[in-house]
Design a protein around this ligand. Structure first.
Ligand code: SF4
Length: 63
C-alpha cells in the first residue's frame, strides 16, 4: 500500500478531484483530502501521482 496525503498548502482549487476522484475530494472545509484515509491501493498510485503533478501548489504527497 502507498500513502497519499494533502498538506495545509491546499487552496481548494479542486483540480485533484477531477484527475483522481477515487482518492481526492473536497471536504467541508473546502480543501482536498484523501477520502480513503491515509493509504491508497497500488492501482491508484499512478492516478494519485498525476493529481499531485496537477496540483498548482504541490499540496499532494504520494509515497
Ligand atoms: S489540486 Fe492541490 S490545491 Fe487543488 S484541491 Fe487538490 S490538493 Fe488542493
Amino acid at each position: 500500500m502507498a500513502k497519499a496525503r494533502v498538506t495545509e498548502a491546499c487552496i481548494g482549487c479542486g483540480a485533484c478531484t477531477g484527475v483522481c476522484p477515487e482518492v481526492f475530494d473536497l471536504n467541508a472545509d473546502g480543501v482536498a483530502e484523501n477520502i480513503l484515509g491515509e493509504e491508497i491501493p497500488e492501482d491508484l498510485v499512478d492516478s494519485a501521482k498525476e493529481a499531485a503533478e496537477t496540483c498548482p501548489v504541490s499540496a499532494i504527497e504520494v509515497e
